[in-house]
Write a protein that binds this ligand. Structure first.
Ligand code: NCD
Length: 334
């Protein structure tokens, strides 16, 4: 298996990890997202007209897949979906051969979701194409972190949405709770948000948040008591228990829910004004009470909408020239 950390130079349009992005790059992507969102349909659909993108999905997905696909179509891109369930992957074809086949068919960029951490690095290396990581194993989900960032910037009062720097989230506390160990969403967020000044608190039981398995960066801490973690939280991100990755680990669900479920009582008592987020899919009544998901503090549907917008910007960055990307982001007038 390939190390999840990329070794060679990247294709400039790829997004394999949030570490690929400088703060200035994040800022450019946010401005570009807003610019694309405001653009008339007719103009937007010409931007990448006739270009070809393949969506290669080895794991199930609703939000990520659909939003990448709709984002691509809104830019005029022709898309094709290859999933492990209905392709030669089922017959044993390797990731390398699948990638080379897609390239031979004219794909200019591949959006990959894969169960193995590091798969996007391998795919980029063998195809030389820009690769957008749509979630690799327990490693990263960079586009999710970007859409989560845009959701936070939009929903919390007083924050600038389209331009960020190292202080943009100063004074903001974000609590991420649940199956941190298996969550690529938690990892990408815990890497990106502190770089913009946020304080990130990770919360969960030892089985799902072992101290030694999680390299804690600056401004990231662990608090095992959920009530204490919630006191003073501006944002709460809840995570699903990833049953498909538990690998024999037995979890006492009743005990888990007693300590870590975001219930109405808990929210009312400890964080009555915090923004509630969840990357989906959520299991109502397990990690989160359904009433909270549907309630006024929830930003869950906003996250989905921002996913569509942010992924258009990522596709543009992957397929347009750097000059064109910066021009559209409003940074330079060419
Ligand atoms: C997540 C994923 O697949 O990493 N979902 C998503 O992309 N929005 C989280 C999960 O599966 O629980």
């Amino acid at each position: 298996m390939v190390s999840a950390k990329a070794t060679g130079p990247h294709s400039p349009g790829s997004l394999l990890s949030v570490e690929d992005l400088s703060i200035a790059d994040v800022s450019t992507l946010l401005s570009l997202t807003s610019r694309l969102e405001r653009m008339q349909h007719a103009e937007r659909s010409q931007l990448l007209s006739g270009r070809r993108v393949a969506l290669l999905f080895y794991e199930s997905s609703t939000r990520t897949r659909t939003s990448f696909e709709l984002a691509a179509k809104s830019l005029g891109i022709t898309t094709t979906l290859v999933s492990d369930k209905s392709s030669s992957i089922e017959k044993g074809e390797s990731l390398k051969d699948t990638g080379l086949t897609l390239r031979a068919l004219g794909a200019e960029c591949i959006i990959l979701r894969h169960q193995h951490s590091g798969a996007p690095v391998l795919l980029e290396r063998v195809t030389g194409l820009p690769v957008l990581n749509a979630g690799d194993g327990t490693h990263e989900h960079p586009s999710q972190a970007l859409l989560d960032l845009r959701t936070i910037l939009t929903r919390l009062p007083g924050l600038e949405r389209d331009v960020v720097d190292a202080r943009s989230l100063a004074g903001i506390t974000i609590v991420i709770t649940g199956d941190i160990l298996h969550s690529r969403v938690a990892r990408s967020n815990a890497m990106l948000l502190p770089r913009l000044g946020a304080r990130v608190i990770l919360c969960g039981p030892k089985e799902l948040l072992p101290e030694e398995a999680f390299g804690l960066g600056a401004n990231v801490e662990i608090e095992r008591n959920f009530d204490r973690a919630l006191d003073g939280a501006n944002v709460i991100m809840m995570l699903r228990i990833q049953r498909e990755r538990l690998a024999g680990l037995e979890l006492d669900l009743t005990g888990y829910m007693a300590h870590f479920q975001l219930s109405q009582d808990r929210l009312r008592t400890h964080a009555p004004h915090a923004l509630v987020m969840h990357p989906g899919p959520m299991i109502r009544g397990l990690e989160i009470a359904g009433e909270i998901a549907d309630g006024p503090q929830s930003a869950i549907e906003d996250q989905v909408r921002h996913g569509l917008a942010v992924r258009s910007a990522l596709l543009l960055r992957a397929l347009a020239s750097a000059d064109e990307t910066r021009r559209l982001a409003g940074e330079v007038r060419l």
